[in-house]
Structure formats: C-alpha cells, structure tokens
Design a protein around this ligand. Sequence first.
Ligand code: IMP
Ligand code: MG
Length: 182
Amino acid sequence: MRAHDVKEILIEKSAIARRVDELVDDIAATAEPRNLIVIGILKGSFMFLADLMRSFHRHEVHPRIDFLTLSSYGADTVSSGTVNIIHDIREDIRGADILLVDDILDTGRTLALTKEIMLGRGARSVRTCVLLDKKAHRAVELEADHAGFVIDDHFVVGYGLDYDNLYRELPHIAKVSFHDDA
Ligand code: IMP
Ligand code: MG
C-alpha cells in the first residue's frame, strides 16, 4: 500500500443522504414495484444499498434483496480488467425486474458483465444504480440508469468504498491523496 491520507472530503454525509432520497424517488417512479429484486454488488455497495432500502419505505415499495460478491481490486487502484463471481445470488430471477446496485461505475466492466448474466438468467429487465459515476476510464459502453454523483478521476473511499479493504466505515466520500515522495 502506498503512503496516503484520506483527509479531503469530496461529498459530505448530508449531501449523500439527500441524493439517496432523490434516487429512490426516480427509481420508484420508473421501476416495476411488484416484481423488484435489488441486487447489491459486494462489498462496496453495502452502505448505499442499506440507505436506498430505508428510503424505499417512503414509497411503500417492498423489494426483495440479494447480494453478489465479485473479485476486488485488492491493494490496486486500477481495474485489472477481469471480473469474477466469488459468491452468487440465491434468488430465482426469472421474470423479475432487477435493480443492480454498486458503489461506483468506473470502467463499466462490473455492471456490464453482471447485467449480461442477469439477463441471461431470464430477468425481465435489469436497471443499474450507482452512487458515483467516474467517467474517465470507461472501457465498455455502459451508463447507469440512476447515478448519484459524477466525479472526476480521483480514487475515493468511504460510504462502503475501500482502499485495500480500508475506510469503508467513513460516512462521507473522501479523496485518497497519495504521497509518492514520503
Ligand atoms: P468497474 O468494473 O471498473 O466499473 O469497477 C467498479 C468497481 O471498481 C467498483 O465496484 C469499485 O469496487 C471499484 N472502484 C472503482 N473506482 C474506485 C474508487 O475510486 N474507489 C474505490 N473503489 C473503486
Ligand atoms: Mg465494488
């Protein structure tokens, strides 16, 4: 792990909370509420997904929930280009309307592959929701149906996002500042 700090806050906790409610308002207006399965991509989505779910309560939408664990970056901050399923969902998704939830959209490979797998298993529709959209490194043609914040090309942590599995507990989004000369 390189020398770094996470002091600079990029998105405050209160701004995240407001945006989560707006996202859920949009999702509730477009999703098919009877048949909805929300699938969180672990580990990064756990905090975002929990807040999204609480916000669904305001719309009396009652989604099923499941989780998918994919391979991680480890101590790397650049995508390796391959995505593997480590732990699969358990729900039968045939005919279901899926909302895939991830922390951040970067190259797009994670969501593109997951979307393809879910459609291959017979989901009726697959929509995507991410807290953050980092457009700088997109490698596949994919835009999220619902995105919280578009951010510049920084490596960020907090609110579920990690650097080498650290800092997921931060209630805000912070920038990782690397000190190469330290
Ligand atoms: P993609 O497949 O390149 O779109 O990568 C998405 C995944 O990369 C996310 O689920 C994150 O786990 C990870 N990721 C991408 N950018 C960042 C970042 O700035 N901080 C932490 N994780 C990131
Ligand atoms: Mg992730």
